[in-house]
Design a protein around this ligand. Sequence first.
Ligand SMILES: O=C(O)CCC(=O)C(=O)O
Ligand SMILES: [Fe+2]
Length: 218
Amino acid sequence: MTAPAPLGSGHPSEPIVQRILAQPGVQRVPSPKLTLFIKRAFLPADLCETLIAQIDAVRRPSTVSDFNGDAAYRTSETGDLNRDDPAVAEVEARIAAFTGLDPAHGEPIQGQRYAVGQEFKGHTDYFEPTGIDYHRFCGVAGNRTWTVMIYLNEPEAGGATRFKTVDKIVQPETGKLLAWNNRRPDGTPNPATIHQGMKVRSGVKYVITKWFREHPWR
Ligand SMILES: O=C(O)CCC(=O)C(=O)O
Ligand SMILES: [Fe+2]
């Protein structure tokens, strides 16, 4: 079977939504405000372990854009994954096949590691068009469109991802995927996508995130 043609940046979103829904075991979080999907066991545990080792090899303190004065806003560590690595290429291919989103519109996959007490407070993944950092981060590729996030392990306690506008809390589980559309039907950023990585209470948490853009990435 040949893979269907990629569906670009994901706007309009209906072809992406239909593609995701056509796959087995996908749950759609019911909400008129937010398009959010969950798929358990999207990645096998051995691939997750390989990615964790790669994140550990390069991790550094995470950063934020449009700094709001709260130095404890995002206390995790971040590690960029090398897209030439075979395990990373495998994940890229699986995400492209699952979503139909064009890999050319994707940022490199980022890993995040949260130790006990670390978190990422409420935020949106798109950049505020009125923010001071907008041109720096979005001048070439445009704003973020879809987010695909995958948990690589399960902390012993805490570390859930909370979408407060739709009252949804997702528990980390090895290999579980979340995918959501950061835009509204008219193409403007959707504030209902606000979410937070809650504090890890025991153990450690690893996730990877893949963000797609309006235009090709470099
Ligand atoms: O760690 C989480 O649960 C959320 C991570 C996140 O929202 C992000 O990296 O943008
Ligand atoms: Fe986020």
